[in-house]
Design a protein around this ligand. Structure first.
Ligand code: CS2
Ligand code: MG
Length: 402
């Protein structure tokens, strides 16, 4: 079997997605997600100009050699653009391999290690009361794990809480919006959110929270200690992760489990975090961390140090990534939990898929390959529109992490 062609599709059914389609001389094709939220066209160019010409004529079964060719052969390594492009190729090739062998991709990753993939939902509210109600809604829907985010008194807006009633979609068309932030107001407020949720629902529901890279290590240590009575499943992205040793200070102060890694794109971003057990869950995803080939290596390395997976799964990761994450999550041994933000109805129509949700778990389905497709004709009805993630500033105007 040989690769004969590769096409890049950019569409925007409610939000932008970049999809790679690799075709072969057997008539089998594979799909890969190449979406990098707010920087989509950089990956399109990297694929079109620099990757696709090198793929034509290659054997799609050679996933390891092609991965190494695109990683080591590029000389300039790592980074979100490069690794999203490599990921899209890699996932497309695993999709082809599964289709050619007439088996779901999870069987190529070790087969099922569990019946279903535990997922967590996103609940939010402008106030604690609204957030508590939204947690209740998701418990009613059957979720066993819910991430909770709420507005912060004194701040006009904050990460994870949509304006109005629409679903939360951080990427906005037009130039980046700007918001204001105060860690002090957030630290004073957040423990009360989880106190009220626990009072309402007890200990049975797993609770998660995303700090979204905004704290210093000692601030995160304070929050982790304040949240200990509420037994969170995890506190996510407590601090920016460039300084991996920052997690050591945090770890020494709290038993609240720590998750990070959605912005990482190779094992080297998390090497110390994992081997020093400064984290409990690694959030690298199949689309941002080089595809199945590299993500399996990250998971296997993490397994040695009791670190489990908790892959990123926001709506800016396409249904192709959602499908891939479920094949990955049902197969690997040190699976922890999978994020599940349901896509819009338009997105699900553009990307028909076999996966499904049922009573707190998701199932990838048994279609050969990934079990997801793209309706190119429908996709063409949703043209790309440049969009940006917001910019965040402290109350005095200093630029900080969004
Ligand atoms: C968030 C994401 O889902 C999460 O944990 O961190 O929503 C993140 O803000 C977006 O994926 C950024 O594109
Ligand atoms: Mg996050």
């Amino acid at each position: 079997m040989k690769i004969t062609n590769a096409l890049v599709n950019v569409c925007s059914p409610g939000r932008n997605f970049v999809t790679l389609k690799i075709e072969t001389d057997d008539g089998i094709y594979g799909l890969g997600d190449a979406t990098l939220n707010g920087r989509e066209m950089a990956v399109v160019s990297y694929l079109t100009e620099h990757v696709i010409p090198c793929l034509i004529g290659r054997d799609p079964f050679q996933t390891e050699d092609i991965w190494q060719y695109l990683y080591r052969g590029a000389y300039w390594r790592r980074g979100p653009v490069t690794m999203a492009a490599i990921a899209a190729v890699d996932v497309s090739l695993w999709d082809i391999k599964g289709k050619a062998l007439r088996t779901p991709v999870y069987n190529l990753l070790g087969g099922k290690s569990r019946e279903g993939v535990l997922v967590y939902a996103h609940a939010h509210g402008s106030t604690v009361e609204e957030a508590v109600d939204d947690v209740g809604r998701h418990v009613e829907l059957g979720y066993l794990a819910v991430r909770a985010q709420s507005g912060v008194p004194g701040l006009e807006s904050t990460y994870g809480v949509p304006k109005g009633t629409q679903a939360y979609e951080p990427a906005e068309r037009g130039l980046p919006s700007e918001s204001r932030w105060s860690s002090e107001l957030y630290l004073r407020h957040t423990p009360r959110l989880f106190q009220k949720i626990r009072e309402a629902f007890g200990e049975d529901v797993h609770l998660l929270h995303d700090c979204h890279h905004r704290l210093t290590p000692i601030e995160a240590a304070r929050l982790g200690k304040d949240l200990e009575p509420f037994h969170l499943f995890w506190m996510e992205d407590p601090i920016p992760a460039e300084l991996q040793v920052g997690f050591k200070l945090l770890r020494e102060h709290t038993t609240t489990p720590i998750a990070t890694g959605e912005v990482f794109n190779t094992i080297w971003d998390a090497h110390d975090l994992i081997r020093r057990q400064w984290i409990d869950y690694i959030r690298t995803s199949v689309v941002h961390a080089g595809g199945f080939t590299h993500l399996k290596k990250i998971a296997d390395f993490a397994a040695i140090y009791n670190v489990r997976t908790g892959c990123h799964g926001a709506t800016d990761l396409s249904p192709i990534t959602m499908a891939a994450a479920l094949h990955f999550g049902i197969a690997i041994h040190n699976f922890g939990i999978q994020e599940h933000m349901p896509h819009s109805a338009e997105t699900d129509e553009v990307f028909p898929h076999a996966y499904r949700f049922d009573a707190g778990y998701m199932y990838p389905g048994d279609a050969p390959g990934l079990g997801v497709d793209i309706d190119e004709s429908l996709a063409s009805k949703y043209p790309y529109q440049r969009a940006y993630l917001p910019i965040n500033r402290k109350l005095d105007g200093t630029l900080t992490d969004w």
